[in-house]
Design a protein around this ligand. Structure first.
Ligand code: MN
Ligand code: MN
Length: 381
């Protein structure tokens, strides 16, 4: 029998390398097999393209928590920041607004969301697993956990510098306005404000809201463009090794600054080699195990591994693939700061380029070129 030259979870590749004999974090190394033993095609200097929410500070509050991945954690991601938040049943992310627009994907459970726009048009909806919402920058809103166990969701902001610690909160605002001014503004007696909180609530517990219909406030009528969208209700595009649902402003019109794709890849399958001509890609891994190589030109490429709760980034134009290296379905979100989704397929480019020209570059037999998948890429309405 041929002697085994590659040991598991040791930086040994064929005849190269040696086992680790100093201090090590074995669990973390096991999660990053392609960093520990990079493919021989990896080369050159590359910024970090991975952050795990497990490495983020957890802000623990009454009835919930929040943790974030911003430019402070992942400096390459200047366009997008992400927040992972949990609210128990009844717990509220207090009424607030912020500089960035907010896009969200519900990971588990249900929430009641509310907003009022600049014209006094109102929005209230109940959001469940696989549903989205989008609040334009500056529009005040709230999120509250529903029965039975509240919810957990991913928030995406169209500014990498955003932080959940720097939002405009209702209670914080009122606590910093003289009481006589509040009385004058609301045209009531000053004593009406005797009990307002002195400090922000941020996340706090209150009773679970009643039925949505009972909670509705008419205001100046409903917002002209809904702030929510049922992503899982979209018919998926089926490919050889998985599915994709693309949600950009063509199907979710209010989402003017965020385009998204929910990708599912079966074991052994792969998201083909491609790049994005319009924006950086920000990824959130929901389930499964992946590896991704990113090619940055100038003979530079690096391979990263991802699993549930991890964030990945691919700067605009850089070539990449995402491979399912586990034995369960890989599910992740691709997010772009753009009003439309776009990717350029390497296969499609080569398949639709004159044969002789491609052959002259790659020295590939014409019969092989004929086999390159020519699947017409789905055109999103
Ligand atoms: Mn918000
Ligand atoms: Mn991509």
């Amino acid at each position: 029998m041929k002697k085994k030259t590659t040991q598991k979870h040791e930086p040994i590749s064929g005849k190269l390398g040696a086992n680790i004999i100093g201090p090590r974090n074995h669990e973390l190394e096991k999660q990053n097999p392609d960093l520990l033993v990079p493919p021989r095609t990896d080369q050159g200097l590359m910024p970090n393209l991975k952050w795990s929410f497990a490495d983020s500070h957890m802000r623990i509050e009454e009835g919930g928590w929040a943790r974030e991945v911003t430019v402070r954690e992942l400096p390459i991601s200047t366009a997008i920041a992400g927040v992972n938040m949990r609210l128990k049943a009844g717990a509220v992310r207090e009424l607030h607004w912020h500089h960035a627009a907010e896009w969200s994907y519900m990971l588990k459970g249900g929430a009641r969301i509310t907003a009022v726009d600049q014209n006094g048009c109102t929005f209230q909806d109940d959001i469940f697993e696989g549903d989205l919402w989008y609040f334009p920058a500056g529009i005040p809103h709230s999120i509250q956990g529903l029965e039975d166990d509240g919810c957990e969701f991913l928030l995406v902001f169209d500014d990498g510098n955003f932080s959940e610690e720097e939002t405009f909160l209702l209670t914080d605002f009122l606590a910093h306005i003289p009481k006589e001014v509040l009385a004058k503004n609301f045209q009531v007696a000053e004593k009406a404000f005797a009990n307002i909180p002195e400090k922000e609530l941020y996340i706090f517990e209150t009773k679970v809201p009643g039925p949505l219909a009972k909670d509705k406030v008419q205001g100046n009528g409903p917002v002209p463009i809904p702030f929510s969208h049922r992503m899982m209700a979209q018919k998926p595009i089926r490919t050889k090794s998985g599915t994709v649902r693309i949600t950009d402003s063509s199907v979710f019109p209010i989402s003017k600054t965020i385009a998204a794709a929910l990708v599912e890849i079966e074991p052994g399958g792969m998201r083909e080699l491609h790049w994005h001509p319009n924006a950086d890609e920000w990824q959130f891994y929901i389930a499964g195990q992946a590896r991704m190589t990113v090619f940055t030109a100038t003979a530079t490429a690096r391979t990263f591994n991802y699993q549930a709760g991890d964030v990945g980034v691919v700067p605009k134009h850089m070539g990449h693939y995402i491979e399912n290296i586990g034995d369960t379905t890989l599910r992740f979100l691709e997010i772009f700061k753009s009003d439309y989704f776009a990717d350029v397929s390497l296969s499609q480019w080569l398949a639709f380029t004159p044969r002789e020209l491609v052959k002259a570059h790659l020295k590939i037999d014409e019969k092989i070129l004929e086999k390159i998948p020519k699947t017409k890429r789905p055109v999103v309405p």
